[in-house]
Ligand binder design. Structure first.
Ligand code: MSP
Length: 538
């Protein structure tokens, strides 16, 4: 039995409604969780919202709302978006919940009991957008933050400190012993050089606003929002000693954007070490999606991409597929609607959609809709054996890639199978075989092989496209229970040739991904691109 698989997303700030960047992390985590479930792993997938801190308090005030009121409103937008995008999380944590606040206080007391908290003063810069402290030298010349380009604030207040400097050697030692701790490698190196340049003690409480968790024993202070937020990964499990904690902690993977790597790969492990708790296995950082080269942000209309709108027009699965396939997880990528629609037509409508419709049509035409059996006597004959090798390789490669946090590579492997199967159909010309009664066995064998390739492809694309995978299986003639079973298991290469049951009756094919022609594309773009970001009409 494998170790349980616990994967998390960052908890998202509620000052902004969900956009493409948030959707990306959550979709990737969902696909990984679904993949692990299909491998039989005891899987737990957590997401949620980060609701405390100065940034939320200021956002609420500027809208004439209370912070709790704003959080209650925006959290619903996140929940609804995750529903629309077919996200299947096991829990959703909000940092304003009592179950969370209790564990934050517990974490504080543990760190304090270890002698790692002392009272001091913070006199320095703070960027509310990052919720981060900045040394003078790390700001731009005009004292604005390098990430948000907004002016940092000068803060001068009493503050508790966390003795993070004490953990520098232990953390370096951990990196040394666990090369997989931060992935990909380039980010690991970046963090290592940050740690080597010297860890300083960290200011961990604020006194000039109050929207947060009270510091135990000192009501004047609220816990620094990152200390509060990071604790969600264990508070959702009930905290140390909780049943879920015992079962799932340490996390297998914190999936995050590269913007918040330092908090996860430095602050969080130091906090855990001080509290005497085990560290997560891996922190996987992905790159940024940009729009026209700019990072997606609220203040730039041209970068606003609404995943809800896209999903409601072309389906959540098409968006999920595109995001996972287009850019390798660790790299940055520029989002364009043209690329999205291009892949939709090429990979989904042409490759996968076509494989479904032609194999089902063949089955209907040549076998009255009934799935024929593979013929053992032909198993080793070419070219059929070749297609089987392609299928077996795809199953192995896709699993390996998903296990290595490379969904893009996994989808490439699956598409090799989809495309090769289409190519085999083209060259084998079953409609000619069908005219020759002597070659009936060959026709049965090859049709089964195509259908099984489709059956396997459907199950392998299920983590990325759970709805379309279900549809393919239903069109293949599987009943609800068999569909559930097929979706909950990864193809077993040992069963090649007999995995798809003969005798199922396929449905008449219905288009899986209707092609989007130029006219429809123009219509969609008109709906998707906000008016203030449309190019001027000439
Ligand atoms: N609340 C903190 C995280 C606390 S975790 C203990 C936070 N929230 S956030 O709402 O700003 O979300 C940041 C995360 O959203 C990024 O780490 C990334 O996962 C995702 N993304 C936001 N914009 C993104 C892009 N433009 N591209 C890709 N992912 C992006 O930081």
């Amino acid at each position: 039995m494998n170790r349980p698989y616990y994967i998390t997303t960052p908890i998202y700030y509620v000052n902004d409604v969900p956009h493409l960047g948030h959707a990306y992390t959550t979709i990737a985590a969902d696909a990984l969780a679904r993949f692990h479930r299909s491998r039989g792993d005891d899987t737990y997938f957590l997401t949620g919202t980060d609701e405390h801190g100065q940034k939320i308090e200021e956002a609420a005030t500027s809208r004439g709302k209370t912070p709790q009121g704003l959080a209650d409103e925006v959290v619903e937008r996140f929940r609804a978006t995750w529903d629309t995008l077919s996200i299947r999380h096991d829990d959703f944590i909000r940092t304003t919940e009592d179950r969370h606040k209790r564990v934050v206080a517990d974490m504080w007391r543990r760190i304090e009991a270890a002698g790692d908290i002392y009272l001091g003063r913070y006199d320095g810069w703070y960027c509310v957008s990052c919720e981060a402290y900045y040394a003078e030298g790390a700001l731009e010349d005009d004292q604005s933050c390098p990430v948000h380009k907004r002016p940092a604030k000068w803060v001068s207040e009493p503050s508790y400190y966390f003795r993070m400097s004490r953990f520098q050697d232990a953390l370096l030692d951990h990196f040394d012993k666990h090369p997989e701790f931060v992935q990909p490698e380039s980010y690991r190196n970046e963090i290592l050089s940050f740690i080597r340049s010297g860890l300083r003690d960290l200011s961990v409480s604020r006194t000039t606003f109050h929207w947060g968790v009270e510091v135990p024993g000192d009501r004047e202070h609220v816990v620094y929002v990152w200390i509060d937020a990071l604790t969600n990964y264990i508070s959702a499990l009930g905290g140390p000693g909780g049943a879920h904690y015992e079962r799932y902690w340490p996390a297998t993977c914190h999936l995050i954007g590269k913007d918040i790597l330092r908090f996860h790969a430095v602050y969080w492990p130091c906090m855990l070490m001080s509290a005497g708790l085990p560290l997560p296995e891996t922190i996987v950082a992905h790159g940024w999606w940009t729009v026209r080269g700019e990072k997606i942000s609220k203040s730039m209309p041209a970068t606003r991409v609404d995943p809800n709108l896209i999903a409601s027009d072309i389906g959540a699965d098409a968006l999920r597929y595109f995001l996972l396939r287009e850019v390798p997880l660790g790299l940055d990528g520029d989002f364009t609607y043209e690329a999205l629609l291009g892949r939709y037509n090429a990979d989904l409508a042409n490759d996968l959609g076509n494989l479904l419709s032609r194999t089902l049509s063949m089955t209907v035409k040549f076998f009255g809709g009934e799935v024929p059996s593979a013929r053992p006597e032909l198993a080793d004959a070419e070219p059929h054996a070749g297609l089987r090798r392609v299928a077996v390789d795809a199953v192995r490669e896709a699993a390996e890639a998903m296990g290595a946090y490379a969904p893009s590579r996994a989808l490439e492997a699956i598409w090799r199978l989809v495309r090769e199967t289409n190519r085999y159909v083209d060259t084998a010309q079953p409609w000619k075989l069908a005219k020759d009664p002597e070659r009936r066995a060959e026709l049965e064998h090859t049709t089964h092989a195509y259908l099984e390739a489709l059956f396997w492809s459907a199950r392998m694309v299920a983590p990325a496209m759970p709805n379309k995978a279900t549809e393919i299986l239903a069109q293949l003639g599987l009943g609800d229970e068999s569909i559930a079973r097929a979706m909950a298991s990864w193809p077993d290469v040992e069963r090649a040739g007999r995995d798809l049951e003969a005798g199922l009756v396929v449905k008449k094919p219905a288009p899986l991904f209707p092609r989007i022609d130029d006219e429809r594309a123009a219509e969609l773009l008109d709906r998707w691109v906000p008016d203030d970001a449309k190019p001027p009409k000439v």
